[in-house]
Every structure is written in structure tokens, then in C-alpha cells.
Write a protein that binds this ligand. Structure first.
Ligand SMILES: *[C@@H]1O[C@H](CO)[C@@H](O)[C@H](O)[C@H]1NC(C)=O
Ligand SMILES: *[C@@H]1O[C@H](CO)[C@@H](O)[C@H](O)[C@H]1NC(C)=O
Ligand SMILES: *[C@@H]1O[C@H](CO)[C@@H](O)[C@H](O)[C@H]1NC(C)=O
Ligand SMILES: *[C@@H]1O[C@H](CO)[C@@H](O)[C@H](O)[C@H]1NC(C)=O
Ligand SMILES: *[C@@H]1O[C@H](CO)[C@@H](O)[C@H](O)[C@H]1NC(C)=O
Ligand SMILES: *[C@@H]1O[C@H](CO)[C@@H](O)[C@H](O)[C@H]1NC(C)=O
Ligand SMILES: *[C@@H]1O[C@H](CO)[C@@H](O)[C@H](O)[C@H]1NC(C)=O
Length: 552
């Protein structure tokens, strides 16, 4: 009896084990270190190890069959820890959820290998990124494994494979993200350029508002307002008065929707206090780092062949191949260090017309580093307190005739206008193939203080990743035809107005001087973005920054 019982039980056990192993031989793939590396270029890899007992295995199969069945960004398989060595002969390193290293692997039943993010910043890579091992976390039991996968892999699954509440919120965001074309009567660039570009996409000659570089130009630079014949038809930014925190988060921040807040800074002491004479009196001796150009264009793109060292400049072949526009360069302004009072003198000479063929800009100058006392006269947006992490607070001052060419910043931004106006023309970041996102080599202007001459002396050893090669004022439509598909948004702000510019929105900014003092003065707050993307990568979509999952 006893013997038959034992036989019976072990027979059943055997059958169950065979069932599982039959099922699993086909469905759970044994992963070699090489496969883990390959898979982790595209997905998060979750593995069960040989230490796992029956229950842990069953839980794992359930994750595979149900919870993550429809999740293409994770891959489940099994690994053997006993002989797991990376192809480079490096040993596997495992960390706990809190990043502490694990020394004893005998308790590790599961491993999460996180998806590798591509380093897109460096074009000259010494080692092949795709062969680099991923970061790995070890787990002892299947309790909370689902939550750990969600957190480490950026997924939002319930045990049954449905979306979690946060996952539903994220899905809502993706389905409702703001598009300029959703604004009634918004126009694309093709319509806006009509009568201005001929069929070939070149500038038309003759009358009308479209005389191109000649009649409307100052140093060959077109005037944004005069340039477009149909300016009133360009869609405009929404304008609101002070929102609540909830309104701002749900209607603008999470949907990546630009908005102008008309009454968020009018009470700032800065508005009345920051006159040129106040700045001179209190901070005149402070050192500042300024930018100089001849015409007032900052960081435009032009032909590399215009540069003196073009013929002798060598870009390594490996880099050239990865450049979409090796014939173009981003023109970095010349720089200079001086006392703040000297900068103000220079600025006043320029605006008074006593100095020509030069533009000086104190741009994105760190307030904490150079002028920390000014923080007392401004404040973060009340409806934004403790929402995102502040990364930079900048000061912008010029005579008011500057043009910042088309680019994006990887930050959520509040641009706060103290003096003068800024005409900000924006393009959404959802299909950046239309803006030709990519690395563009750089060059840096030289300025000779004695002669007052600017020279296009040297191409430099770096690339910009945030500039568009499209010049919206002198568009080369044969080369950049997809730009005609974009829908611009006009977000012009004047004194006392705040522009919320969501992360990664492209913008071209024409500044104009104030009537009172011949200058343009603004501050801006740059926050670690709520929605983020890899860049340069025209096809990479915006998604929730993993650091802000708790906000969903
Ligand atoms: C996965 O998606 C398919 C098709 O959309 C659906 O039929 C199936 O029920 C889903 N599976 C799970 C586990 O959610
Ligand atoms: C652009 O044109 C307007 C209207 O003529 C003028 O007021 C403004 O100063 C011009 N701006 C530049 C930068 O030339
Ligand atoms: C943008 O709007 C402002 C007023 O809000 C207007 O003065 C300007 O001409 C517009 N610019 C363009 C390029 O449409
Ligand atoms: C800048 O300020 C320092 C400190 O007062 C002063 O000694 C120096 O002369 C100033 N430099 C110039 C060029 O004015
Ligand atoms: C600028 O030039 C004007 C005349 O064009 C002159 O009256 C003025 O004094 C000059 N200002 C300075 C600071 O040199
Ligand atoms: C992006 O824009 C290009 C050009 O307008 C278009 O061909 C392509 O289909 C778009 N891609 C997506 C994902 O919408
Ligand atoms: C721009 O919009 C016009 C009018 O809606 C449309 O006919 C045209 O096809 C669009 N052009 C491009 C390049 O998207």
C-alpha cells in the first residue's frame, strides 16, 4: 500500500515534470551570455536561473504566458549561472534593486538584464556598444518580480497582462498628446511659404512680401515678421491666466502642449527692479561670459566650405559616414569674458548705433553661478512647485536684436520675459525626420577685439545634436522637402508673460527690444523633462521619463 502510494505520487510528479518540461523545452529559451547581450540592445531580458524551485518556475511561466505575453519590450528566458561569463571574459555582476552588489549568487533565482540605452552622443566609439553587457539585477523570489520588471523595464503590466492604472494613464497620454494640426485652421509650412517659394522650392523673385534675402534683410538675414506673407495664419499658442497645479499637469505638461501664462510673473520684484542701472550698480564688477556674432544670428547652420580651414580640416571616416550633412556646420558664436558693466556698456553702444557689425549676448548664463542674488527677485511657478527637478536657471540679456536659430532643448522650460518681446516659432517633436534631426559638425567664430572683425577661422572637433539644418528664413526645400509638412506654432511673448515650452519642442527665437530700455531681458527655468526621448534619433518617440513614474 505504502509502496504503491509512493509509486503513485512519484508517477504523478513525473508526469507533471514531463508536462512542464515538454511545454517549456519549446517556450522558454535557454539564453547564452551572447544572446543576452544581443537581446538587450532591443529589450529588457528577464531570466530564471537553475536555482529556482518549482513554485518560482511556475510563477515565471505565468509571467511569460500571461503577464508579459503582449509586451514586446521584454523577453523572458532562462540562464545558467554556473557557467555564465560574458564573451569578454568579464564575470557577471549582479546588483540588488537598490544597486547594492550581490556577492552570493546561490540565492539568485531571477535576473533582470535591463535594456541598454544607445549612447548617441559620441560618433567615435572605441568599443562596440552593441557588444557591451547590460546592467543586471538579481532576485531571490518571485514575490514582487512583476513590480520589479515594471520598474526596471519601463513596463506597466498587471499580473493578468492588462495595463496598470499608471499604464492606462500613459496610454491616455500617448493617445492625446498635443499636435499643432489639431488647432483649427493651423497651416503647414507649405501653405505659409506659398507665394514665397517657387515650384522648385527656391525663393521667388519680384514683388509681394517675398523678396527673400534682399529687401527685408539686415546683413542678409530676413526679418521673421516681415518674411511670411500669411503671418496671421500661423497657428498661435494658447494663452491662459494662472492655472492650478492639476490643470497645468493634466492639460499642458503631460500632453506636451505649449502655453503662454499671462499673469504668472507680473508680481516679480525683478519686473521693476532690474533696470540697466540697477544691474550696473549692484553687479557691475561681476565677471560674465558673453557671446558675440556679427549679425545677431546665434547658432545658425551654413556651408562648411565658407570656413578658412575647410580644406585642411579632417573628419575621421568613421564619423563622416554617420553625418547626414557633412557639408554643413553649426556656427558657434565667438566668446569673451568681461565685467558685467563692460557688457552693459557694449550693449548700449550697440543699441545706440555707435557700434555696428557686432551683436553681444549674455545668453543662458547661469544665475546661480554668476548672479545668485537675483534669485530673490524671481520665483518658480507656484503651480509647478515640486513637480519636476530644476536643473538650470538662466539669464538672457542683449540689445534685443538677436535671432536664436531652430533647435530643441532636452528640458521642460519656462521662458519668462522681463523686458522686450520674443517671437518664438515652434515645431512639435513628434516626427523629427521633418526637421532633419541629427549630428551636425560645429565651427566657432573668432573675434578680434582690436580690429572688430569676425573671422570664420576654425571648424572644430565636435558636433551639435540639437540644431535643425533647416533655415526657416532661407529654406532649401530641394534638400529638406519634408519640412513643408510641419505645422508651426507662434508663441510670441511680451513683458510679464511666461511661455511654457515642453521638452524637445523645436524653436526659433527672434528677440525685439523693449520700448523703455533698448534691450531684451528674460530668465528661464530648465527642468528635467517629464516626457523624454533619445536623441539624435528622428524616429524615437517621446515617452514618460522613468524618473517620473510616480506622477502618473
Ligand atoms: C494579447 O493581445 C491579443 C491581441 O490583441 C489578445 O487577443 C490577447 O488576449 C492578449 N493577451 C493577454 C494575455 O492579454
Ligand atoms: C523687422 O521689421 C519690423 C517692422 O518693419 C521692425 O520694426 C523690426 O525692427 C525689424 N527687425 C529686425 C531684426 O530687423
Ligand atoms: C506671431 O504673433 C505675433 C503676435 O502675437 C505677431 O506679431 C507676429 O507677426 C507673428 N509672427 C509670425 C511669424 O507669424
Ligand atoms: C573689472 O572689475 C574689477 C574689479 O573691480 C576691476 O579691478 C577691473 O578693473 C574691471 N575690469 C575692467 C576691464 O573694467
Ligand atoms: C553714440 O553716438 C551718438 C551720436 O551718434 C552720440 O551722441 C553719443 O554720445 C554716442 N554715445 C556713446 C556712448 O559714445
Ligand atoms: C514622418 O514624416 C514623414 C514626412 O512627412 C512621413 O513620410 C512619415 O510617414 C512620418 N512618420 C511617422 C511615424 O509619422
Ligand atoms: C499643406 O496643407 C495644404 C492645405 O491643407 C495641403 O493641400 C498640402 O498637401 C499640405 N502640404 C504638405 C506638404 O503637407
Amino acid at each position: 500500500m505504502a509502496a504503491s502510494m509512493i509509486f503513485h505520487i512519484s508517477w504523478i510528479t513525473t508526469v507533471i515534470l514531463i508536462c512542464f518540461s515538454v511545454k517549456r523545452v519549446c517556450c522558454l529559451i535557454d539564453l547564452t551570455p551572447e544572446t543576452v547581450i544581443q537581446l538587450s540592445n532591443k529589450a529588457c531580458v528577464i531570466a530564471v536561473t537553475e536555482n529556482a524551485g518549482l513554485k518560482d518556475r511556475e510563477d515565471f511561466y505565468f509571467l511569460d504566458d500571461v503577464s508579459f505575453a503582449n509586451e514586446s519590450s521584454v523577453f523572458l528566458g532562462s540562464v545558467s549561472l554556473s557557467d555564465f561569463t560574458w564573451p569578454s571574459n568579464k564575470q557577471l555582476e549582479l546588483a540588488r534593486y537598490n544597486d547594492d552588489p550581490i556577492t552570493d549568487f546561490s540565492y539568485v533565482n531571477f535576473i533582470i538584464f535591463t535594456r541598454k540605452t544607445t549612447d548617441r552622443t559620441c560618433l567615435l566609439q572605441p568599443t562596440d556598444q552593441r557588444k557591451r553587457p547590460p546592467t543586471a539585477f538579481g532576485y531571490k523570489t518571485s514575490d514582487f518580480l512583476l513590480e520589479s520588471i515594471n520598474e526596471k523595464c519601463g513596463t506597466y503590466r498587471t499580473k493578468k497582462g492588462l495595463l496598470t492604472m499608471k499604464g492606462l494613464h500613459r496610454q491616455y497620454i500617448h493617445e492625446n498628446i498635443f499636435h499643432v494640426h489639431s488647432i483649427l485652421d493651423s497651416k503647414n509650412m507649405s501653405t505659409i511659404y506659398q507665394g514665397f517659394l517657387d515650384k522648385e522650392g527656391s525663393c521667388q523673385k519680384g514683388d509681394g512680401e517675398c523678396n527673400c534675402a534682399k529687401s527685408h534683410s539686415k546683413n542678409g538675414i530676413l526679418n521673421l515678421s516681415l518674411k511670411f506673407p500669411h503671418t496671421t495664419e500661423m497657428a498661435k499658442c494658447e494663452r491662459i491666466s494662472l492655472p492650478t497645479r492639476e490643470e497645468f499637469f493634466h492639460d499642458y505638461l503631460k500632453l506636451s502642449k505649449p502655453v503662454i501664462i499671462t499673469d504668472a510673473m507680473k508680481h516679480w520684484p525683478a519686473m521693476a527692479r532690474w533696470t540697466n542701472s540697477f544691474l550696473r550698480k549692484n553687479f557691475g564688477e561681476r565677471k560674465v561670459h558673453i557671446k558675440l556674432t556679427r549679425s545677431g544670428d546665434y547658432e545658425g547652420v551654413e556651408a562648411a566650405s565658407l570656413w578658412e580651414n575647410f580644406a585642411s580640416f579632417h573628419i575621421p571616416d568613421g564619423v563622416i559616414q554617420k553625418l547626414l550633412y557633412p557639408d554643413l556646420v553649426v556656427v558657434r558664436p565667438a566668446t569673451n569674458n568681461m565685467n558685467f558693466s563692460e557688457f552693459l556698456d557694449l550693449m548700449e553702444l550697440i543699441s545706440g548705433g555707435n557700434l555696428t557689425d557686432i551683436s553681444a549676448y549674455l545668453e543662458y548664463s547661469s544665475i546661480s553661478q554668476y548672479l545668485p542674488e537675483l534669485k530673490d527677485d524671481i520665483s518658480e511657478m507656484t503651480f509647478f512647485k515640486d513637480l519636476l527637478k530644476l536643473q538650470h536657471l538662466n539669464f538672457w540679456l542683449s540689445d534685443g536684436n538677436t535671432l536664436g536659430k531652430l533647435h530643441f532643448d532636452p528640458y521642460d522650460n519656462f521662458l519668462c520675459q522681463v523686458s522686450g518681446t520674443k517671437e518664438v516659432i515652434m515645431f512639435e517633436p513628434h516626427n523629427n525626420s521633418r526637421l532633419y534631426e541629427g549630428h551636425i559638425p560645429e565651427a566657432m567664430l573668432s573675434y578680434n577685439e582690436k580690429t572688430g572683425e569676425f573671422r570664420r577661422k576654425s571648424l572644430v572637433d565636435s558636433t551639435s545634436m540639437v540644431m535643425s539644418p533647416v533655415d526657416i528664413l532661407k529654406p532649401d526645400m530641394k534638400r529638406f522637402p519634408k519640412f513643408l509638412d510641419t505645422h508651426p506654432l507662434n508663441c510670441t511673448i511680451s513683458e510679464g508673460e511666461v511661455l511654457f515650452m515642453p521638452s524637445f519642442w523645436w524653436h526659433e527665437v527672434q528677440s525685439y527690444p523693449s520700448q523703455k530700455e533698448a534691450r531684451n531681458l528674460a530668465v528661464n527655468f530648465w527642468y528635467e523633462p517629464f516626457l523624454t526621448k533619445e536623441f539624435p534619433c528622428p524616429e524615437c518617440p517621446l515617452d514618460i521619463n522613468p524618473k517620473y513614474r510616480q506622477l502618473l
